[in-house]
Every structure is written in C-alpha cells, then in structure tokens.
Design a binder for this molecule. Structure first.
Ligand code: NAI
Ligand code: OAA
Length: 252
C-alpha cells in the first residue's frame, strides 16, 4: 500500500485523508497546528507543524493540497529527499524560472512532479498541443462571488488576460488555468467571472488547432469545506494516487 505524506490539512486534505482506501496517509503537515492534529486523529497519521520533522516520517510521495506558496517553499526539498510530489496548487509552476528549476531537480533526482487534472477534464489529451500547438487556448471560469471573498450584483468579469498573471491575483482560484497551459504547452488565456446566480464552479475550455476544435464545460459542485475549491479537484488527486501502482495506464 502506497504511503503518503499530506502537505495541507484543509478542505482537500480532509477529503483525501478520510477517503484513503487504497493508500495510507502516514504523516500530515500544516502551518496551523490544530488542523494537523485534528486531521491526524481522523486518519491515524502523525501530525507535524515542523516541515523538517514531517520529512523524517515514512512515506514515498508528498501530496500538496496547501497553497501556491507551499509549493514554492517546500517543493525542492521534497524532491531532494528522493520522493515524488503531487501538486494541486499547480499555479506555483506558472513562474518559468521556478518551474524549470524544479523540473531540473526532479530530473536530477529521478523523481516526478505530478499534476492532476484537478477541477477540469481532459488534461491528458490536451498534451497533443505539445506536438501541434493550439491557435486558441481559452479558459472561462465562473464562480459564485463569495468563493472569491467578494460580492456582485450581476455577472462580472474580474480578470481577462494570461493565466500566469491571473494566478498572481487569484492563487486560490485559478490553478486549473496554469495546469491547462502546462498540458497544452502554452500559456492559457483566461476570463474569470463572478456570478451571484452561480451555484457551481464552471470551467469552459475552448481550444482550436490543426487537430480540430474543442469545447468542454465542467460544472463542478463546490467542495464542502471550501466553496472556492471544486469537489472534483479532491477526487482527481485521490484518483491519481489510487492509480499510481496500477499497471494499466489509461489516458495520454
Ligand atoms: N489544480 C486544481 O484544479 C485545483 C487546485 N486547488 C488548490 O488546492 C489547494 C488546496 O485547496 P483546499 O484544500 O480547498 O484549501 P484550504 O484553504 O481549505 O486548505 C489549505 C491548507 O493548507 C495549509 N497551508 C497553506 N499554506 C501552507 C504552507 N505554506 N505550509 C503548510 N501548510 C499550508 C492551510 O493552513 C490550510 O489548512 C489550494 O491551493 C487550491 O487553490 C483547488 C482546486 C482546484
Ligand atoms: O476548484 C476549482 O474549480 C478551481 C480552483 O479553485 C483552482 O483551480 O484553483
């Protein structure tokens, strides 16, 4: 059974730790002590608020469900310890210099940085863009205003531009856009909307290239502990973990 160290004991951390049927969460780490202790008690793991102590525990992969900052702070140390890292806060990799360095460290150590599809669908086949670059790659995301900590009377576009700029302003809300770009091999265009009538987190993906054109709409149910995060994002990382040791690999 694969042993994981969980970095981040918030909403996604809870979903992972309490649904970990074919994986064993041995250690959990959070900057907020109460969170680490509460989650550790739920899944019979060891709680840590000190990163170096956490890294001494017994696990083969770190699952990051914390923040863009956490990836920047701890990503390299995880890889240098000889472990893979699964990254949900993919927005950290929007910074070319940081990403190239982290990838170089992973290559040097023979380890992997794994990015799940998260709150969207189809990252696997969007990778065809690495061979046949898409002319259009647009993500239109619409969320309830409260999930971004704001109010709005009507549907309002709060950002239009490139993913690597959007993630700087909304690091808790648009990691999907950066993941999309990493898959397709180019920065995605982003339109971020808030809509007071929205009950779901909707991601619409528009792609056009020599291969044809694609339109995908994902209408995600918000997760119970954090409405900004879609429930699917937690299921996606759980699925990645469940399949790590499966000899049958489905998807590009
Ligand atoms: N790639 C994707 O499709 C998606 C990515 N996300 C991202 O996943 C991450 C987790 O989401 P949630 O669990 O809903 O967030 P959350 O806010 O409920 O939980 C995050 C936890 O991580 C802890 N944390 C944050 N920074 C830390 C640090 N530097 N060191 C240690 N602990 C730290 C916090 O104290 C908190 O307990 C967020 O960054 C979110 O933006 C969320 C949805 C989709
Ligand atoms: O969960 C979502 O719908 C998207 C999200 O927050 C992110 O990409 O950071």
């Amino acid at each position: 059974m694969i042993k994981i160290g969980l970095l981040g004991c918030g909403n996604v951390g809870h979903i992972i730790a309490t649904n970990a049927e074919s994986i064993q969460v041995t250690a959990v780490f959070d900057i907020i002590p109460g969170r680490a202790e509460e989650l550790a008690a739920l899944c019979h793991a060891q709680p840590y608020t000190d990163f170096d102590a956490f890294m001494q525990d017994d696990f083969s992969i770190v699952v990051e469900a914390a923040s863009v900052d956490a990836v920047r702070i701890y990503g390299e140390a995880v890889l240098r310890s000889g472990r893979d890292i699964a990254v949900l806060s993919a927005g950290a990799l929007a910074d070319d210099e940081f990403r190239e360095h982290l990838v170089e460290v992973a290559r040097e150590m023979g380890k992997k940085i794994r990015i799940p599809s998260g709150a969207i669908i189809g990252l696997d086949n969007l990778k065809v863009g690495q061979i046949s670059p898409p002319r259009q790659l647009l993500l239109r995301t619409t969320k309830p205003p409260a999930s971004l900590g704001m109010t709005a009377e009507a549907p309002t576009e709060i950002f239009k531009g490139l993913a690597h700029e959007c993630i700087k302003q909304y690091p808790k809300n648009i990691n999907v856009a950066v993941a999309l770009g990493l898959a397709a091999g180019r920065d995605a265009d982003v339109e971020l909307w808030v809509d007071p009538a929205a009950e779901r987190n909707t991601h619409e993906i528009f792609v056009e290239g020599d291969f044809g054109d694609i339109y995908v709409r994902v209408r995600n149910v918000p997760s119970p502990g954090n409405p900004a995060t879609s429930y699917m994002a937690a299921l996606s990382i759980l699925t990645l973990l469940k399949n790590l040791e499966n000899p049958l690999v489905v998807g590009t």
